[in-house]
Write a protein that binds this ligand. Structure first.
Ligand code: ADP
Ligand code: MG
Length: 356
């Protein structure tokens, strides 16, 4: 009992958004202390792999590594594409976050709350827990990503009325209707930011014989990408390798041209939202007419994606503040609540004892 009390006092509570593109770590009472790409650079030897860099440093190496070093995105193709590397990454981020808190708090294994995609299988759930445990976590709790995002952006998830959250990340888009602290209807599709980048790569190859890397494609999307026609269409110089001559070359592309290439992935996202709405109980669907749809995740930052979704669904659509931090902030709120709940429980049990 004393040990448990001490454990509560000394342990650090950590919330993790294990995203396919970015990993964020929220430390209770401190906020988001880690916010880095989910990338690991690995040196491949004869039959073993050694981690060379993690996060920001590893992302800079993407597509630029010499032969024996590979920059890996362990979560890229769905949930956990590479278990060992995910574990290494978790360990690195957990340790890095813990080093930032006062020494007395580092005494015991941290309590960890991890946000996972809603479509996650039993096996994948086990894998995430095992990885976190081996990475140094004490007690481990999981929360579904859309729920964490909904809480993080401040939707009234506990109320008996429906709210819709759409989290457009790197590898997956999560669409969910929540009510009374539960997910009523959800879709998880593997079309999001990465797929959009891929469309840009393919388009430049096909239309301009220009070969570019994923990172350049992402930059193009962020700089001039949009979901609906813009008043003044931006243009951008893009450098890559000419497929025919094999030499470096520069071309000029327009925002309009990029928008055309984004149509396919954007249509898939809208279809997922539509299908979720169609399967939503009518009472909750009618709540959404007033409440609208809340967007989170990095994909919510694509220019006018809110406008497009609104046009296609007829519902009001909002982009949350700090969409990239929604899930991590949600885990933070839950960590805070977990403690309040523990305190409330302790208080009632103390009151019960007195009564006896
Ligand atoms: P995940 O939760 O899967 O890690 P994030 O929510 O961190 O994903 O979002 C990452 C995605 O958001 C990437 O595909 C990135 O290219 C995209 N993104 C970030 N900023 C912007 C922007 N300004 N415009 C469009 N897309 C963006
Ligand atoms: Mg995410």
């Amino acid at each position: 009992m004393l040990y448990q009390k001490l454990a509560k006092f000394f342990a650090t509570d950590i919330g993790i958004d294990l995203g396919t593109a970015n990993c964020l770590v929220y430390v209770r009472d401190h906020g988001i202390l880690i916010n880095e790409p989910s990338v690991v650079a690995v040196a491949e030897g004869d039959n073993k792999r050694e981690v060379v860099a993690v996060g920001e440093e590893a992302k800079r190496m993407l597509g630029r590594t010499p032969g024996h070093i590979k920059a890996i995105r362990p979560m890229k193709d769905g949930v956990i594409a590479d278990f060992d590397i995910t574990e290494e990454m978790l360990r690195y981020f957990i340790q890095k976050a813990i080093k930032k808190v006062p020494a007395r708090r580092r005494f015991l294994h941290p309590r960890v709350l991890i946000a996972v995609p809603s479509g996650i299988t039993e096996v994948e759930t086990r894998a995430v827990k095992d990885s976190a445990q081996r990475a140094g976590a004490g007690e481990i709790y999981l929360i579904e990503e859309p729920m964490a995002a909904a809480i993080g952006v401040g939707l009234p998830v506990m109320e008996p009325s429906g709210s819709m959250i759409v989290d457009i990340g790197g590898g997956t888009t999560e669409v969910a209707v929540v009510s009374l602290s539960g997910i009523v209807e959800a879709r998880s599709l593997r079309v999001a930011g990465d797929q959009i980048d891929q469309c840009i790569v393919q388009h430049l190859k096909r239309a301009h014989n220009l070969l570019i890397g994923e990172r350049t494609a992402e930059q193009i999307k962020i700089r001039i990408g949009s979901a609906t026609p813009q008043n003044d269409e931006a243009t951008l110089e893009v450098k890559g390798r000419d497929l025919i001559s094999g030499l470096p070359k520069t071309i000029l592309i327009t925002g309009e041209e990029i928008r055309q290439t984004l149509q396919e992935p954007l249509t898939s996202i809208i279809e997922a939202i539509r299908s979720t709405l169609e399967h939503c109980p009518p009472e909750l669907a009618s709540d959404l007419i007033d409440r609208g749809i809340m967007l989170a995740g990095g994909g919510a930052l694509l220019r006018d994606i809110d406008k497009l979704i609104s046009e296609e669904t007829g519902l009001p659509v909002f982009v949350s503040d700090n969409p990239l931090q929604a899930v991590a902030n949600g885990t933070g709120v839950v960590l805070q609540e977990m403690d309040a709940m523990a305190k409330a429980l302790a208080a009632t049990s103390a009151a019960n004892k007195k009564r006896k």
